[in-house]
Design a protein around this ligand. Structure first.
Ligand code: DSN
Length: 414
C-alpha cells in the first residue's frame, strides 16, 4: 500500500490498525469471516471504475469485454456450487437481495410469513423498522416450546393467513431447517417459497449441510459469511422467476453493479469449488459442536437446545446472571469479538439482551480446530464469570493473543 501510505496516512493508519486487530483478535461474530488475499486483490482492482448496467452480452454502455468475463465466471461457478437454475450475482448485499426478491414476485401489501427476529429471524424478514415491513405485510412465526420451529403451528398459521410467500432462513437460529416441510406447507396454500441462506451458504456449498436450492423458488444469500467471499449478495431462483429477478435487480432496485466486487465473488466461488473448502465446511460444524458441548459443560444454557450449524445462541443472563451487553464488553476486553443477541421471547431489551451469539466460521478459516475451541470456551466462561475483574481479564487477553499468533493471518499485507 505504498501509494496510500504516502498520500493518505490517516486512512493508511486505520487500515493498519484493522489488520492488527484482525490478526490479534479472536473473531467469533457468526456472520464474519476472513477472505483470502486473492479475493482482496480482486476487490482492489480497476473494475471499480466501470459502469456495466445490464447483464453479460446485454449491457447499456460499451467497453464490457472484461466485465462480461468476470460476471459470467461468477454465475457459472455459483451454479456449480449450488445447482441453481438461474443466478444473479449483482445484489450489493443481503438486505438489497431480499428486497429485490420480494419486489420481483410480490405486490405492495402482499403477505409474507417470515421468522420472528427474536426467535432467530432477520431484520429484513419483517421487522417493523425496515422498509420491507412498510411495503409488505409480514406475519412472524416462532420456535416452539422445545426451541425448534414448530412446523404444525407454521402450517396452521399458513392456512389461516394465506400468505403469498413463505420465507425460511435466519440470522441466529441454530437448527437444520426442514426444507421439504416448508415446500409442502407452501404448496397447500399456493405460496411462493423463499429461503435466505446468508448464514449457511458456505456450509451448503461445502456439502456440510443439505442444499435447499431444489426445494425453494427463490434463494437469497450474502457472499461474505460462511461462503468466505467479498461483502455482497446473490439471488438464485427457478428459471420461471429468472426474468422477474433480473428486472427487479436492475433497473428495479439497483444501478450499476459493483464489478470489482463481482470479480472477487468469482474468485471466492472458485475457492469454494476446491476440495479444501469441503474440509473447511465440515470443520466449521465440528468446531461448533465442540463449542456447544464445552459451553454446556460450563453451565451455559443454549437456545434451541444446541446447534446443527456454525453458531450457538447462549442465554448468558439466564445461565450466569450476566447480561448480553456485559458479556460482549468483557469478551472484547480479552480480544474475543462476538455480539449480544436477543433470545426467543427475551425479557430484556435489544440493546442489553439476555444472549450472545457465537460463531466459528472465522476462527475455522484461521485453522483452529477442536483443541482451540475448547480453550475458547474456557476463556468465554472465565471472562463472563469474572467480568468485573480487570486483572483477570488482562491475563486472559494475553493468552488469547498468544493463541492468535500461532494462527497467523494476512502475513503478506502491509
Ligand atoms: N448482520 C448480519 C448478522 O450478523 O447476522 C446479518 O445481516
Amino acid at each position: 500500500m505504498k501509494n496510500l501510505k504516502k498520500q493518505d496516512p490517516k486512512v493508511y493508519k486505520a487500515i493498519q490498525g484493522e489488520i492488527k486487530r484482525q490478526q490479534e483478535g479472536m473473531e467469533l461474530i457468526a456472520s464474519e469471516n476472513y477472505v483470502s488475499e486473492a479475493v482482496l486483490e480482486a476487490l482492489g482492482t480497476v473494475f471499480t471504475n466501470k459502469y456495466s448496467e445490464g447483464y453479460p452480452k446485454k449491457r447499456y454502455y460499451g467497453g464490457q469485454e472484461y466485465t462480461d468475463v468476470v460476471e459470467q465466471l461468477a454465475i457459472d461457478r455459483a451454479k456449480k456450487l449450488f445447482g441453481a437454475e438461474h443466478i444473479n450475482v449483482q445484489p450489493l448485499s443481503g438486505a438489497p437481495a431480499n428486497m429485490i426478491a420480494y419486489s420481483a414476485v410480490l405486490q405492495p401489501g402482499d403477505k409474507i410469513l417470515g421468522m420472528d427476529l427474536s426467535h432467530g429471524g432477520h431484520l429484513t424478514h419483517g421487522h417493523p423498522v425496515t422498509l420491507s415491513a412498510k411495503v409488505y405485510n409480514f406475519v412472524g412465526y416462532k420456535t416452539g416450546a422445545d426451541g425448534k420451529i414448530d412446523y404444525d403451528a407454521l402450517e396452521k398459521m399458513a392456512m389461516a393467513e394465506k400468505p403469498k410467500m413463505i420465507l425460511a432462513g435466519f440470522s441466529a437460529y441454530t437448527r437444520q431447517l426442514n426444507y421439504r416441510k416448508f415446500q409442502q406447507i407452501a404448496k397447500k396454500v399456493g405460496a411462493i417459497t423463499m429461503i435466505d441462506v446468508a448464514h449457511i451458504a458456505g456450509l451448503i456449498a461445502g456439502g456440510a449441510i443439505p442444499n435447499p436450492v431444489p426445494y425453494f423458488d427463490i434463494v437469497t444469500t450474502t457472499t461474505h459469511k460462511t461462503l468466505r467471499g467479498p461483502r455482497g449478495g446473490m439471488i438464485m431462483c427457478k428459471e420461471k422467476f429468472a426474468k422477474a429477478i433480473d428486472k427487479a435487480t436492475f433497473p428495479g432496485f439497483q444501478g450499476g453493479p459493483h464489478m470489482n466486487n463481482i470479480a472477487a465473488k468469482a474468485v471466492a466461488f472458485g475457492e469454494a469449488l476446491k476440495p479444501s473448502f469441503k474440509k473447511y465446511a465440515t470443520q466449521v460444524i465440528k468446531n461448533a459442536k465442540v463449542l456447544e458441548k464445552e459451553l454446556k459443560k460450563y453451565g451455559f444454557k443454549l437456545m434451541f437446545g444446541g446447534t446443527d450449524n456454525h453458531m450457538v445462541l447462549v442465554d448468558v443472563f439466564g445461565s450466569k446472571g450476566v447480561s448480553g451487553k456485559e458479556a460482549e464488553v468483557a469478551l472484547d476486553k480479552i480480544g474475543i469479538t462476538l455480539n449480544k443477541n436477543m433470545i426467543p421471547d427475551d425479557p430484556r431489551s435489544p440493546m442489553d439482551p439476555s444472549g450472545v451469539r457465537i460463531g466459528v466460521p472465522a476462527v475455522t478459516s484461521r485453522g483452529m480446530k477442536e483443541k482451540e475451541i475448547e480453550k475458547i470456551a474456557k476463556w468465554i466462561n472465565d471472562a463472563v464469570e469474572n467480568h468485573k475483574d480487570e486483572k483477570r481479564l488482562k491475563e486472559i487477553h494475553k493468552e488469547v493473543i498468544a493463541l492468535c499468533k500461532k494462527f497467523p493471518l494476512y502475513k503478506n499485507l502491509k
